[in-house]
Design a protein around this ligand. Structure first.
Ligand code: SF4
Length: 754
C-alpha cells in the first residue's frame, strides 16, 4: 500500500501526539540522522509485525503497523486469548517510547559530575573490571542488584547471574512475585488464577483489576462476564477507582485495616460453623487461629478496628460463607502499608476457611518444563534488606540497577539519595536518565522493547499462554539488551559456567525449541476446539506439524505466540502453616476512626490508568488523559469526599496546601464522592524532577517513613495530613464549571449512597 507524504507525517504525528512540542519531526522525536531521508521521502511501504507489550504484567500481544520500517501505531492482536485484540493507553505508548526525545543513545560515564558518551566496549570493561575486583576480594555480599522486570526470562537471566557469581543480593521487583510473596511466609505455593468457571463471589481487597493487575484487559472481560452470570463483586478499599466503580458493592476502608476486615469476616464463618471442615487439618495451628479470631474479631470489635459497620461485616461474611467457591483477592498493592504482608496472610486465612475453592492451578508443569526456576541463592532479599544495608555500617561496594526508579517510587527519598550517593560504583541499564539513574557512575542503556526478543508467560486466564516479543525494528541507537550484558558477564566472570547460552537470542530460542519438542498446545488463535479434538489431543494426536524447528519458529513469530487450550486445571489445595502468623494485624497510624479529627486525614496516594511504575510523566498525552476528567492536567490535585470537603469549607476547585510532618505542598481540590470520608486522595506518577516534564508533585516526598515490615515497600496510605486553604475564595475553576461539576458530583453521590 502506498502512503502519501502528508498522510505519513500525520500518522507519525498521531502516534507521537504526546511528544509533539515543536515544529518539525526532529523536534518531537529522536531518530538517528541517517533515518531522516527515508522519513521525509519514502517510499511509503506499509508492513505489519506482531510483538508483545511488557509495560505491565499483562503480556498483551500487539500488531504494529510500520511505514518504511518506522512503527507508526500499535493495535491489539485479535488472535491473543489474553487481550483479544485490545490495547490500553499505556500499551499505545509503546510507539512513542521508541522515538522518545529523552532516550539515551549511547553508554554514558560520569566525569566530574557530568555524563559523557563512551563506547560500549569501554563501558563493559569498566563494569567487568569493577565486578572482578569486588568478587576477587570475596566481597560478593557487598554487591546488590535491583531488577524490575515483568519478564520471567529476564528475571531468570538475573537469577542465573546471581547463582553463577555468588552474588546473593538480587532483588527482582515485579508485580507477579510481589503479589504472591505473602504465600512464601506460610510455606505455600500461590494459586495460578481465579477459576471463573467455579468462582461465584469475589471479595476484592484493593486490587484495580482492569487498571493495574496481572492482566488488565483479560480481567476487564472476565469480570464483565462474571457479573453477567449474576455473580457479585464486593470491593474493599479507600477509593472507588474507575475499574472498581463498575463492581457491585464498595466497602470504604483504609488498606491498613484490610487484615482486620478479613479476620472480622472469618469470625462470621467460624461462629456460624459455615467453613470447610477440611481446613481443620489442612491449616497447621487451626485451633489456635480459630480461638484468636473468635476472641478478637467479634463484629463490634471488628467495627472498632476497621471503621466498617458491624452489619456490613456480618452481611459480607454471610455472602462469603454462602458462596460455593468464593475468592478473597489481593495483589501487589496490598504490600503498600506498614502491615501489608500481615494483611495478605489474614486474607489467605479467610480463603483457607473455604478451601480456596474459587482458585485454580494449571495441572501440567508447562512453564517449569520450559524454564527451570532455581533461584535458591537469591531468596529472601527484599528492598528492606537493601535499605538496611545502606543504613548499616557495612558498605555496599557495587549496585546494579535495571528497570527500577526506586528513588522516585519511595518515601524518605532524601535519605536514600544521600545513602546511594556514597556507593562507590553504581551501574544503571536505564534507557532514560531518571531520579535513580542520575546517581549512576555508568549507564549502559537498554534497548527499547520494540527492539528486543522475549517470550512472555501468563497463566492468569487459566491456560498457559506465551506471547512473543520480537524486534520490530533494528536498534535505533547504540543501546544494548541488558540481558545480553548480563549473559556476557556470566561468561567473563565464571570460567566454567553452567549457563550455556551466548545471548538472549540463544536462550529464548532454546526455550522455544523445548516448546516445539514437547508439542503441547498450539499457535495463538481464536479457534474454538471441539471436545473430540481436545480428547484426541490428550492421547497425543497433533494437527500442527512442522518440518523443522525453523518452520515452527517462523510460525511462532508470525502468529505472535503459543498457548495450550488443551491443558487441564486442578484445584488449589495448599498445605499452610499459620502458626504465629496472625497476630498484630493493625497498621501503624490506623485507628479505625474516620476522619481522625476535624482537620487530620489519611493521605491516600492512588495509582491510576495502569501507571503502576509512576512513569506517566514521560508521556504528556497520558498526563492529559490522566487528568482529563478534572481538567487539572499538570497540577497535583486532591480528591476529597464532598461531605469531608464541605466540613472544611473547601469549594470544589479551590487551591489548598496539604501539610504533613515532611512539609506542605499545593493541590487543587476535586470533589469526588467515590473517595472515602476522611481521606485525601492524591495521584502517584507526577512530580518527576529529572525525568519527563516536571509537572505536578510527587506526594511520596511528603509521606512519612512507613514501610511494610516484611517486603520493605513504602506505605501509600498511612501518612496523616492536614489541609490549609491557600487563600480565601480562590478557585481553579470558573463559576460555570463549578456549577456543572456540582450537579455531576451530587448525582454521583446519589448513585453511590442512595
Ligand atoms: S494491559 Fe499491560 S500489557 Fe496490555 S497493552 Fe496495556 S500496558 Fe501493555
Amino acid at each position: 500500500m502506498e502512503i502519501k507524504r502528508r498522510d505519513f507525517v500525520k500518522l507519525i504525528g498521531t502516534s507521537l501526539a504526546g511528544l509533539a512540542v515543536g515544529g518539525g519531526a526532529g523536534a518531537m522525536m529522536k531518530l538517528p540522522d541517517s533515518f531522516f531521508p527515508v522519513l521525509y521521502s519514502g517510499p511509503r511501504v506499509e508492513t505489519w509485525k506482531l510483538t508483545s507489550c511488557s509495560k505491565c504484567p499483562g503480556s498483551c500481544s500487539l500488531k504494529v503497523r510500520l511505514i518504511d520500517k518506522f512503527p507508526v501505531q500499535a493495535f491489539g492482536n485479535p488472535l491473543s486469548p489474553i487481550n483479544d485484540g485490545g490495547i490500553c493507553s499505556i500499551g499505545l505508548t509503546s510507539i512513542s517510547d521508541l522515538y522518545h526525545p529523552s532516550r539515551i543513545s549511547s553508554p554514558l560515564k560520569k566525569v566530574n559530575d557530568k555524563f559523557v558518551p563512551i563506547t560500549y566496549q569501554e563501558a563493559y570493561s569498566i563494569l567487568l573490571e569493577n565486578l572482578k575486583n569486588v568478587i576477587g576480594e570475596n566481597r560478593q555480599d557487598d554487591i546488590f542488584i535491583i531488577a524490575q522486570t515483568e519478564s520471567e526470562i529476564r528475571a531468570e537471566i538475573f537469577k542465573n547471574f546471581s547463582k553463577e557469581t555468588g552474588i546473593k543480593n538480587l532483588i527482582i521487583d515485579n508485580y507477579r512475585s510481589n503479589s504472591t510473596s505473602p504465600y512464601s511466609e506460610i510455606a505455600a505455593e500461590a494459586p495460578d488464577f481465579i477459576d471463573f468457571e467455579k468462582c461465584d463471589y469475589l471479595l476484592n481487597f484493593g486490587a484495580q483489576f482492569s487498571e493495574i493487575s496481572q492482566n488488565p484487559l483479560y480481567y476487564a472481560r472476565a469480570l464483565y462476564e462474571f457479573r453477567e452470570k449474576g455473580f457479585q463483586i464486593t470491593t474493599a478499599g479507600p477509593k472507588l477507582t474507575p475499574s472498581n466503580s463498575k463492581l457491585d458493592e464498595w466497602i470504604p476502608v483504609q488498606p491498613a485495616a484490610f487484615g482486620d476486615l478479613a479476620l472480622g469476616i472469618a469470625y462470621v464463618l467460624l461462629k456460624d460453623g459455615q467453613y470447610d471442615k477440611n481446613a481443620e487439618t489442612s491449616i497447621s495451628g487451626f485451633s489456635s487461629i480459630k480461638k484468636y479470631i473468635i476472641d478478637n474479631y467479634y463484629p463490634d470489635n471488628a467495627e472498632k478496628l476497621t471503621g466498617v459497620p458491624a452489619d456490613t461485616i456480618l452481611q459480607t461474611g454471610r455472602k462469603f460463607e454462602k458462596a460455593a467457591a468464593p475468592v478473597a483477592y489481593f495483589d501487589e498493592s496490598i504490600l503498600f502499608t506498614s502491615n501489608g504482608t500481615e494483611n495478605a496472610l489474614a486474607i489467605i486465612a479467610l480463603n483457607a476457611l473455604k478451601s480456596f475453592s474459587g482458585y485454580g492451578k494449571i495441572k501440567d508443569e508447562f512453564y517449569n518444563s520450559l524454564i527451570k526456576n532455581d533461584n535458591s541463592i537469591a531468596e529472601n532479599v527484599t528492598f528492606g534488606t537493601f535499605k538496611n544495608r545502606l543504613a548499616g555500617k557495612t558498605n555496599i561496594k557495587t549496585l546494579m540497577i535495571s528497570g527500577s526508579n526506586f528513588i522516585f517510587n519511595n518515601t524518605d527519598q532524601e535519605t536514600l539519595k544521600k545513602q546511594i550517593g556514597s556507593v562507590p560504583f553504581i551501574v544503571s541499564f536505564s534507557p532514560f536518565i531518571d531520579e535513580t539513574s542520575t546517581f549512576a557512575h555508568l549507564i549502559i542503556p537498554d534497548h527499547n522493547e520494540l527492539e528486543k526478543l522475549d517470550l512472555l508467560f501468563d497463566e492468569s486466564i487459566g491456560k498457559s499462554v506465551i506471547s512473543v516479543q520480537q524486534p520490530v525494528v533494528d536498534p535505533f541507537f547504540n543501546t544494548t539488551d541488558t540481558g545480553d550484558i548480563v549473559i556476557s558477564l556470566i561468561k567473563d566472570l565464571k570460567t566454567e559456567s553452567k549457563f550455556l547460552f551466548n545471548n538472549v537470542n540463544d536462550y529464548v530460542k532454546a526455550i522455544a525449541e523445548k516448546l516445539y519438542k514437547n508439542g503441547d498446545g498450539t499457535l495463538m488463535s481464536q479457534s474454538k476446539f471441539t471436545e473430540i479434538e481436545k480428547g484426541l489431543r490428550k492421547i497425543g494426536w497433533k494437527t500442527d506439524e512442522y518440518g523443522s524447528f525453523d518452520d515452527f519458529w517462523d510460525s511462532l513469530l508470525e502468529y505472535g505466540g503459543w498457548w495450550n487450550p488443551f491443558g487441564e486445571k486442578k484445584s488449589y489445595t495448599p498445605g499452610i502453616d499459620f502458626n504465629g502468623k496472625l497476630s498484630a494485624v493493625g497498621g501503624i497510624n490506623y485507628k479505625g476512626v474516620r476522619p481522625i479529627s476535624n482537620n487530620k486525614f489519611y493521605l491516600n496516594i492512588f495509582r491510576n490508568s495502569l501507571d503502576y511504575k509512576g512513569s506517566m510523566s514521560l508521556y504528556p498525552v497520558l498526563v492529559e488523559q490522566f487528568g482529563h476528567i478534572w481538567s487539572v492536567f499538570y497540577k497535583l490535585w486532591v480528591e476529597i469526599n464532598p461531605e469531608t470537603a464541605r466540613g472544611q469549607l473547601l469549594r470544589d476547585g479551590s487551591n489548598v496546601f496539604i501539610k504533613t510532618s515532611k512539609g506542605k505542598f499545593p493541590a487543587v481540590v476535586i470533589y469526588n464522592p467515590s473517595v472515602m470520608p476522611g481521606s485525601l486522595d492524591v495521584p502517584f506518577g507526577l512530580g518527576h524532577n529529572v525525568l519527563g516534564d516536571n509537572s505536578g508533585i510527587n506526594p511520596l516526598t511528603f509521606s512519612e517513613n512507613i514501610f511494610d515490615r516484611v517486603s520493605g515497600k513504602p506505605s501509600f496510605t498511612e501518612t496523616i495530613a492536614e489541609i490549609e486553604s491557600a487563600s480565601s475564595n480562590n478557585s481553579f475553576f470558573s463559576e460555570d464549571t463549578l456549577n456543572h461539576k456540582k450537579e455531576l458530583s451530587e448525582s454521583a453521590q446519589r448513585s453511590i449512597y442512595g
